[in-house]
Design a protein around this ligand. Structure first.
Ligand code: HEC
Ligand code: HEC
Ligand code: HEC
Ligand code: HEC
Length: 390
């Protein structure tokens, strides 16, 4: 039954012309599962298709099978040094210590840890192998760029500059590029152009919505800030020059003519809004009075940062967000109410709307006022990374 899709994919002419037979081995007999972004379950309405694709368990391909390394060697080499590439070994392979404690709290057995567990959703990449969902890697490319496979997946389309011939990037027509980008975005690819989706993907794992897990002692959130956490060990902007890890995505810089200062400013504001959005989504669902303050604290801190941003470089979107955030402080730490899901869910949707609008409308060039604040956020590296790469 899975063969059907495989056959159809293999008959696509473009890829054969490009000599990508290998990328297709990927599809053979294996349909892979994705990492469902926890947050997508309650995600805002816009971009529905994309979100649906991204969490479709049949679409994750895996680095080896999709051969990312063939065309992105420096990105893969760099990724292997990051703690993301080790998280499943660190947290899921040994049933002991905190791993055992958290797993038991959720009723997850040792076998399930490396299969279809909630834990593997954040600490690993899950795929369907021989009809069974299991861990095929730690946090990997598709965890952040969206599942690549499936019938209309982005993998083949994203690197094809012409319908039937292999031509260099510089020769792609503007029209073809526009169509291609539209198609891969619709297929759920998360790219550098879409800062909102990128931030949301990070926060999908870095704020932990599962109440029972948090009640068992698992952190409710990383000390995550989007600019600093994406510009340290995670940064891998090698596309145009494979020998140089640029400060900003090189394809994006080429397409927009913009620079890293502008990008940081937009990331800073969008990251703040998304953090608030995501913390509220978890606050909306929370019922345990011991856990609620942990989500509320994340939302409150982010709300404070938003006010600072708006004071230094106000825009219509940050202004609207401040108006939404102001009454929150009085509500966030109140005892749980039956109306919480709706109240906080609706406000989260509105933050999402402002964040998307902001990302679309601003290129950062008018937000210099934020630089002093951004400078305080140094590129972040994990302890493991620093020890291994002094
Ligand atoms: C056959 C070569 C090839 C393979 C295999 C390949 N890519 Fe790419 N990738 C490219 C090319 C070419 C581009 C540049 C596209 C452009 O000019 O817009 C690219 C661009 C990208 C971008 C940046 C897109 C943007 O607009 O910012 C990401 C992210 C990416 N690839 C991820 C992956 C991942 C993840 C895999 C494996 C699942 C993969 N690629 C496999 C060739 C490939
Ligand atoms: C929503 C995403 C998410 C889920 C679900 C999740 N984790 Fe985590 N986990 C994280 C993140 C992010 C960190 C790193 C937090 C930090 O320090 O910034 C982490 C850290 C850890 C750590 C190291 C810190 C500690 O508390 O000892 C362990 C162990 C761990 N997780 C185990 C588990 C287990 C077992 C499960 C399932 C029962 C699980 N996690 C589910 C995201 C998640
Ligand atoms: C933790 C999430 C994450 C993981 C894992 C990840 N990426 Fe990325 N990737 C990003 C982000 C975020 C950017 C944009 C970076 C920025 O703003 O500086 C990016 C940018 C890129 C670009 C554009 C670079 C350029 O110069 O234009 C490519 C290509 C890419 N990633 C490929 C990959 C491949 C291949 C893998 C797997 C080896 C991978 N990524 C793993 C988050 C991730
Ligand atoms: C699929 C879930 C997932 C996604 C998506 C994700 N991360 Fe992570 N990240 C983790 C987990 C889990 C850890 C903790 C690894 C461990 O210790 O086991 C982590 C650790 C990190 C660390 C190391 C922090 C430290 O001090 O140990 C950085 C930096 C980081 N992530 C940045 C990012 C950025 C930036 C993004 C988005 C572009 C992102 N992550 C997206 C799951 C994820």
């Amino acid at each position: 039954m899975q063969r059907d899709k495989t056959t159809r994919l293999q008959t696509r002419p473009v890829a054969w012309m490009l000599g990508l037979a290998c990328a297709f081995c990927a599809f053979q007999g294996v349909l892979l599962a994705t990492l469902p972004q926890k947050a997508e379950e309650t995600a805002a309405p816009a971009g529905k298709n994309r979100n649906a694709n991204r969490s479709d368990p049949k679409r994750v391909m895996g680095i080896t099978k999709s051969d990312c390394k063939k065309c992105h060697p420096s990105e893969v080499t760099h990724w292997m040094k990051t703690v993301h590439s080790q998280s499943s070994e660190l947290r899921l392979y040994k049933f002991e210590g905190n791993t055992e404690k958290y797993a038991k709290a959720l009723g997850v057995t040792q076998d399930q840890l490396l299969a279809d567990s909630t834990c593997a959703t954040c600490h690993a990449t899950k795929a369907i192998v021989n009809n069974v969902t299991k861990v095929i890697a730690s946090v990997s490319c598709e965890s952040c760029h969206g599942a690549a496979g499936g019938e209309d997946g982005w993998l083949n389309r994203h690197q094809s500059y012409h319908a039937s011939m292999p031509i260099p990037r510089a020769q792609e027509t503007a029209e073809h590029r526009e169509q291609r980008i539209k198609a891969i975005d619709a297929a759920g690819m998360i790219r550098s152009d879409n800062i909102y989706e990128q931030a949301k993907s990070c926060y999908g794992c870095h704020i932990i919505g599962e109440e029972k897990l948090v009640a068992a002692g698992h952190k409710a959130a990383s000390a995550f800030e989007f600019v600093s956490w994406s510009s340290g060990e995670v940064r891998h902007n090698f596309f145009v020059d494979k020998t140089k890890n640029a400060d900003a995505p090189t394809l994006w810089a080429e397409r927009t003519g913009s620079n890293v200062e502008n990008r940081r400013r937009v990331k800073f504001v969008v990251g703040t809004l998304v953090k608030l959005e995501m913390a509220l989504r978890h606050r909306a669902k929370a019922k345990n009075p011991a856990v609620i303050p942990q989500f509320s604290a994340v939302a409150a801190a982010s709300s404070g940062q938003l006010a600072q941003i708006n004071g230094l470089a106000g825009t219509p979107e940050t202004q609207a967000a401040v108006v939404l955030a102001t009454p929150l402080l009085g509500m966030l730490f109140a005892p749980p109410q039956p109306t919480d899901a709706k109240t906080f869910g609706d406000i989260a949707d509105k933050f999402a709307e402002q964040a998307r609008k902001f990302a679309k409308t601003h290129d950062g060039s008018k937000l210099k006022g934020l630089d002093a604040l951004i400078k305080l956020r140094a590129p972040h590296f994990s302890q493991q990374y620093k020890t291994k790469n002094p």
